[in-house]
Ligand binder design. Structure first.
Ligand code: NAP
Length: 264
């Protein structure tokens, strides 16, 4: 059985592209997303056509038991999970406090924090028993700074960052490498940013940012993730901050997340 790279949140941006990279490097990738069977199959077939090994399923990661059942079935039927890519974000648009419902705040926490916690609860003991494993958590600018439109998103992503630190503290000595990756900018991701902006604005953004690489390119994120996985344990990276050359870093940005702000 091949070692498995399990991707939670395998849309056609970062998630499926990272799955492709790990599969083409020789692992088996198992792709999970919430909706869109056709897109899921397209991603799996794209990997297989290049000679990679891949499978996948639809699942809602915040449903009780979904992650526990997934890990159990992958470990039994597909192979040992060597790498977990937790690629679930909690972006739901730009909203002030009075526009942010309790339900939305709770959803953000569930998707960014609880789902990672649940995955860690079942996977870390398995990885620890095997003496190795890698957990890479995709995160966002919002993990690094709050702003008035991001109550649920920022608190959830900051929680994800700190959960990664606590996992690191407990498990690095047991051979598990946990890395929190801040994606500090808009990603060329049709299933997330593309849907949020709509076709016209997404196309405009793609065409006007930089020279074709002014958005964060998923294929380059995938290379960074594979590098993290390949690192020697004497020099593990635990925090990585990725942004396009054309973007202003989060600590200097006057209008955080403006790329996602609705047009008035
Ligand atoms: N896109 C950006 O501009 C941007 C910027 C900064 C950081 N990030 C970070 O990047 C990560 C996402 O990567 P991406 O934007 O390139 O997207 P992606 O990998 O193309 O897709 C992520 C996928 O997550 C899936 N998902 C959402 N809720 C889920 C749930 N409850 N259960 C299972 N799957 C679920 C969605 O599936 P369905 O479509 O089927 O619902 C979506 O396609 C997030 O951690 C986000 O914080 C993105």
């Amino acid at each position: 059985m091949k070692k498995v790279c399990l991707v939670l949140g395998a849309g056609r941006g970062i998630g499926a592209t990272v799955a492709e990279k790990f599969a083409l490097e020789g692992m088996h990738s198992h792709l999970c997303r919430r909706t869109d069977e056709a897109a899921l199959q397209e991603s799996i077939e794209h990997i297989q056509k290049q000679g990679g090994s891949a499978s996948g399923e639809l699942l809602n990661a915040i449903e009780d038991g979904a992650i526990e059942n997934l890990v159990d079935s992958v470990e039994k039927n597909v192979g040992p999970v060597e790498v977990l890519i937790h690629n679930l974000g909690a972006q739901s648009g730009m909203k002030l406090l009075d526009q942010t419902s309790l339900k939305e705040f709770e959803w953000a926490w569930k998707i960014a924090n609880l789902s990672l916690f649940r995955a860690a609860k079942v996977l870390c003991p398995l990885m620890s028993a095997r003496g190795s494993g890698t957990v890479i958590a995709t995160s966002a600018t919002a993990a690094m700074r709050g702003n008035k439109n991001q109550h649920s998103h920022a608190s959830a992503m900051a929680g994800k960052k700190i959960l990664c630190q606590t996992l690191n503290d407990e498990f690095s000595g047991q051979g598990i490498h946990v890395a929190h990756v801040v994606i500090d900018g808009a990603v060329d991701a049709p299933d997330t940013l593309g849907k949020m902006l709509g076709d016209d604005r997404f196309t405009e953004l793609r065409e006007t940012r930089g020279k074709g690489d002014g958005l964060v390119l998923p294929s380059k994120v995938a290379e960074a993730y594979y590098y993290l996985y390949s690192q020697h344990r004497s020099t593990w990276t635990h925090e990585l901050d990725l942004r396009s050359y054309s973007d202003t870093p989060w600590w200097n940005h006057p209008n955080a997340s403006m790329a996602m702000a609705p047009k008035n």
